[in-house]
Design a protein around this ligand. Structure first.
Ligand SMILES: Cc1ncc(COP(=O)(O)O)c(C=O)c1O
Length: 373
């Protein structure tokens, strides 16, 4: 094998997820203003909602975010290995065997129930924890006030460092806040009744941070709002776009067919252009027949989406290297999510590690991150 000094980031970009760091900075500041007296927890699980966990943690750190939250100890260790020093809370359940790693890497663990405490009781000493209360979503957390009290008692007995308590809203994106109010009442009453002096009390995600304002919690957890999305009317800036470039364009005749299975027949003479993006990039086969945007016009994706490529039809020739927007200013992420019968969170998570992340600051590329090829 011939070694090379070529860096992945030196190779030309065709398909990319473009992350506008200035928009993220503005969103952080806008959201902070909704709850100015509370601490911000930046939720950057799932590789920072696809935008890159390390890059997201850097910008959060720069904007005085107090803590990061991730889904697993694996994600937390990834951040530590990249020099991230902010407190990190793992929102998911951590296996007993990994609690030593949590202590070594100074990672805060979620206590999701009493059975977990019992199983881990010989590992709890000096472990930093936030206890989770299940106030109605029926996912993780103590399901009864008694279970919550038992957790506090065993954690205290075994010398764990109980730093926080939290819950999660099931319907904060709903117009009707009745169920969220019910969850908040239950959560706050259990926490008050425990008499425990928690430093970190948190419940709000992006929508709840924007909509609610109580003075019981001391922090809020924001994920999707960082990239400029919420189901409220607060003005945030969409911070991500997904683009690629035309790599080939050639004439086709009426009656010719395209792609695997030849599922689409051209009804007119025209051109077929190839985009170097396919389902391995997270541009799934269900995008067949959806539209992409190029220089003032929308074009149909025709035929089956392949692993690495897909095709569009155009009446006129399109120049090679023309930029193609999959989502962005002309095809907003919530629209494509809706067309794909899903939510923006899932669309972002589907964008695979093969897609380079290109970070913009002051309209210039600041950094390119390549996770795999
Ligand atoms: C426990 C928890 N807190 C906070 C968040 C952040 O939610 P959002 O992205 O809506 O701000 C999530 C996201 O799913 C979560 O699971």
């Amino acid at each position: 094998m011939v070694p090379t000094t070529v860096k992945q980031s030196d190779i030309s970009i065709t398909t990319s997820l473009n992350v506008n760091l200035d928009a993220i900075a503005t969103n952080i500041e806008t959201i902070k203003k909704r709850q100015p007296h509370k601490k911000m927890i930046g939720v950057i699980k799932a590789n920072g909602y696809g935008c890159g966990d390390v890059a997201m943690s850097r910008i959060l750190e720069k904007h005085q975010c107090a803590m990061l939250a991730v889904s697993s100890i694996r994600e937390a260790v990834h951040l530590r290995n990249h020099g991230v020093v902010l407190p990190i809370l793992v929102l998911g359940v951590t296996p007993k065997d990994d609690l030593t790693i949590a202590k070594t890497c100074n990672i805060i663990i979620t206590v999701a129930g009493y059975d977990w405490c019992l199983e881990c009781n010989d590992q709890l000493e000096n472990l930093r924890v936030h206890i989770k209360i299940d106030s109605g979503m029926n996912r993780l957390g103590c399901k009864s006030e008694t279970e919550f009290k038992h957790c506090i008692s065993i954690l205290s007995d075994k010398g764990a460092r109980i730093e926080g308590v939290f819950t999660h809203y099931a319907k904060s994106d709903d117009k009707d806040d009745a169920f969220s109010m019910h969850q908040f009442k239950l959560f706050s009453s259990w926490v008050k009744a425990s008499g425990y002096d928690f430093k970190w009390i948190h419940a709000d995600n992006t929508d709840a941070t924007i909509k609610f304002n109580e003075d019981f919690t001391t922090a809020f957890r924001v994920g999707i709002g960082l990239v400029g999305l919420s189901s409220t009317s607060l003005r945030l800036y969409p911070a991500v776009s997904f683009t690629t470039k035309i790599v080939s364009c050639k004439p086709v005749k009426k009656g010719e067919r395209v792609g695997y299975g030849l599922t689409h027949m051209f009804m007119d003479d025209g051109f077929v252009a190839v985009l170097p993006i396919g389902y391995d990039d997270g541009f799934l086969r269900m995008n067949q027949n959806r539209k992409v945007y190029i220089n003032g016009r929308y074009y149909d994706v025709v035929g089956r989406v392949c692993m690495d490529q897909c095709m569009i039809y155009s009446k006129n020739r399109i120049n090679r290297n023309e930029t193609v927007e999959i989502f962005g200013p002309h095809i907003p992420l919530p629209i494509i999510a809706n067309e794909l019968n899903t939510i923006p969170y899932e669309v972002l998570c589907m964008i695979s590690d093969r897609v380079p992340r290109v970070y913009y600051h002051n309209n210039h590329i600041e950094k390119i991150e390549v996770f795999r090829f």
